[in-house]
Design a protein around this ligand. Structure first.
Ligand SMILES: Cc1ncc(COP(=O)(O)O)c(C=O)c1O
Length: 390
């Protein structure tokens, strides 16, 4: 009954853990969850008010497929202000979350035989979508010794005449690693003279704790031309449920293709969210963003210290996003079994590294209150000590 292409998609490995956590919770067990990929903060009031105003103003009908001009202007202004990038309105399209932007981008560009370079650990959606579209995933492995970043040599070795695209995520989900301007420039050098596109997923741009954020497209004119920048407000302004994302590309034909696809599938994103997103982009929510960022720094610092005090575990201090990618290699090289047992015996849900393409780690989200974080890490410590005795 089903089309064969559906078989190419795997269900997210995190689903197994999440389903188990829900089952245990339903049984009345005390479950602490650190698997969430979304901020625990509420959407800022200034943004909620903008949505209420949009509804009361009657902005409830269809709009242009790629977004209302006022929103696209706000996106262009944001790119200029924050990233020193100049995009015209026909180089921008608004979609139902950054995930949808990526789906549109990959659908518009990837076909059978194309190789797509995906640094691992990766955000789970990238390889699934590439496979779905008959592309070939070429992983570049990284680890905590190289701060989870690929090197120019690794990139050079991964390039072939079939390479269509490199995916960069900065800051990274699941590691929080952030590429510096120098590191991006060195990667850009390797791509010079090739036709390789770069998809730069900058969803966590506003959640930077150390150092400065640099947009991949901003490092050179050559890089600007080959890069498609993907961003949104889900993580930075706690708007995961509003479904707003966007991409910008020098090549207008990519944007046109995405628009054509969107026009025959989802049409415009919901109209109220479009009016509201302007408020999320124009600086009105900057104070709220700063409040969340400061709180994330406190949690990160305490969680990193607590984990590194546990005999058998180690973790790097991430420069951005709200995840720790904890090394468990002294304890186990089966992160799925580790995560399942941790949940069953201590009621703590984390996501196994294998789901992100890196065995021997787990992802711990600190988008949860500090008391829960302390309690959870204490339980993980107990679990690790018992695990070692087995
Ligand atoms: C790196 C990365 N890109 C994109 C997304 C998707 O964001 P959105 O909610 O805008 O679809 C996520 C969400 O987890 C993410 O972690």
């Amino acid at each position: 009954m089903l089309a064969k292409r559906i078989d190419k998609l795997s269900e997210s490995i995190t689903m197994a853990i999440t389903a188990l956590a829900q089952e245990l919770k339903a049984d009345g067990k005390d479950i602490l969850s650190f698997s969430a990929g979304e901020p625990d903060f509420d959407t800022p009031k200034v943004i909620k008010n903008a949505a209420i105003n949009a509804i009361n103003s009657g902005y409830t009908k269809y709009t242009a497929v790629d977004g209302i001009p006022a929103l696209k202007e706000a996106i262009a202004a944001k790119f200029k202000r924050d990233n020193e990038l100049t995009y015209e309105l026909d180089q921008i399209i608004v979609s139902n979350g950054a995930k949808h932007s990526l789906f549109n981008l990959f659908s518009a560009t990837i076909e059978k035989g194309d190789e797509v370079i995906v640094p691992a650990p990766y955000w789970v959606t990238y390889p699934e979508l590439v496979k779905y579209l008959d592309g070939t995933v070429v992983e570049i492995p990284t680890n905590d010794k190289t701060e989870f970043k690929i090197t120019p040599e690794q990139l050079q070795n991964a390039l072939t005449p079939k390479t269509k695209m490199l995916i960069l995520t900065t800051p990274s989900n699941p590691t929080g690693a952030v590429y510096s301007k120098e590191e991006l420039t060195a990667l850009a050098e390797v791509l010079k003279g090739t036709d390789v596109l770069v998809a730069s997923d900058e969803m966590y741009e506003k959640l930077i704790y150390d150092g400065k954020f640099t947009s991949a497209a901003a490092v050179s004119d050559d890089m600007f031309k080959r890069t498609i920048t993907i961003n949104g407000l889900s993580k930075s302004v706690a708007m995961t449920g509003w479904r707003f994302g966007y991409m910008a590309a020098h090549h207008t034909k990519i944007i046109k293709a995405a628009k054509k696809l969107q026009s025959q599938s989802t049409s415009n994103i919901n109209t109220m969210t479009q009016y509201t997103a302007i408020t999320g982009l124009d600086g009105s929510a900057d104070k709220d963003i700063e409040m969340m960022r400061k709180e994330f720094i406190k949690r990160r610092d305490e969680a990193v210290k607590l984990f590194n005090d546990i005999d058998g575990l180690s973790v790097l201090k991430p420069d951005g996003a709200f995840y720790l990618f904890v090394n468990i290699q002294q304890i186990s090289n089966d992160s799925m079994a580790f995560a399942k047992e941790l949940l069953a015996s201590k009621g703590v849900a984390v996501v196994p590294g294998v789901g992100f393409g890196s065995e021997g780690y787990f992802r711990f989200s600190f988008a949860t209150g500090i008391t829960t974080i302390r309690k959870g890490i204490k339980r993980i410590d107990e679990f690790v000590q018992e695990f070692k005795l087995k």
